[in-house]
Design a binder for this molecule. Structure first.
Ligand code: AMP
Ligand code: MN
Ligand code: MN
Ligand code: MN
Length: 283
């Protein structure tokens, strides 16, 4: 079931394949009228995104970001909507995260060389272009070099958390990031929580830190899983949000923008909360 809202998407400013303009054009063509651009660790795609969104008077673009954090043995992603993306301190934090991504990507490339699966650092950097560099760029370079057949295989064999070429990012705690987003007037939501071990304990901690939502509608989530997560969100008084997490990379799991059964009601709750907090552009 399609939705006219999509609150989680990526562009070339992180590990997505489409530019913000191409992404918004595609989403609009598919019937999306409320969307968030949520690139990893960057808001640098937002000026282009807003310029493009201005061509569509009935489209609401929500400034967003997705930040990866670490917990022992796993990672937790936090999406922030309606952030004041011009906030200098917030921009400074993101800049540091991107810098740390660069050093980490370099180390992963060194590990691949040691594993006799070399990829060129220049090529990885050019695949990332000016965007926040990440494992998907290295995965694409591995495909190009012929070491693996698909991006998925690159993750399975080398880049997954337990893979031989994996390197951790600089450690950031989820509560720290929830607070960082809140400090920039953003509304933090826990992303794709299905696999998270100890979810309820994490939620009670993050709720105290300022979490307002949790993704419940997401690619590959069955109606039963949606129901289970919805009940958890209700228990913690969190808005049940979600989105396609569109990257444009293809693959069996991928959903197109808007291709997620996100109902209108929680989206309206998010917009109402943004208005209450005085977020610019929350109509
Ligand atoms: P990073 O932010 O560098 O740790 O890379 C994580 C990103 O890799 C996620 O945001 C996804 O876009 C992508 N990713 C994670 N696992 C897989 C997988 N198994 N296949 C393809 N892409 C993946
Ligand atoms: Mn990604
Ligand atoms: Mn994520
Ligand atoms: Mn994402």
């Amino acid at each position: 079931m399609a939705s006219s809202a999509d609150l989680h998407t990526h562009s070339t400013f992180s590990d997505g394949v489409l530019s913000p303009t191409e992404l918004i054009d595609l989403a609009y063509r598919r019937g999306v009228r409320i969307m968030a651009l949520t690139d990893h660790d960057t808001i640098e795609g937002l000026p282009e995104a807003f310029a493009t969104a201005a061509r569509y008077p009935d489209l609401t673009l929500i400034p967003g970001v997705e930040i990866s954090t670490d917990i022992p043995g796993s990672e937790v992603h936090v999406v922030g909507h309606f952030i004041d993306w011009q906030d200098q301190e917030f921009q400074c934090h993101l800049q540091q995260m991107r810098q740390s991504r660069l050093g980490r990507a370099r180390k992963m490339v060194d590990k691949l060389v040691a594993l006799s699966k070399p990829v060129s650092w220049d090529r990885v950097q050019s695949l990332a272009s000016e965007g926040a560099i990440g494992r998907p760029h290295i995965a694409r370079a591995l495909v190009e070099a012929g070491h693996v057949a698909t991006v998925n295989e690159a993750f399975d064999l080398y880049l997954n958390r337990n893979g031989p070429a994996y390197v951790q990012r600089e450690h950031l705690a989820p509560a720290q990031v929830v607070e960082m987003i809140t400090a920039a007037n953003g509304l933090p939501t826990l992303a794709h929580p299905r696999e998270l071990y100890g979810l309820e304990e994490l939620l009670s901690q993050l709720k105290t830190a300022g979490l307002i939502g949790m993704e419940v509608y997401y690619q590959g989530y069955s109606p039963e899983e949606v129901e289970r997560l919805h009940a958890v969100a209700d228990r913690f008084a969190l808005i049940p949000l979600g989105g396609s997490d569109y990257h444009g990379m293809g693959g069996p799991q991928e959903r197109e923008p808007g291709d997620i059964p996100l109902p209108d009601e929680p989206v309206q709750r998010l917009l109402a909360l943004a208005r209450e907090r005085g977020a610019p552009g929350a109509v």
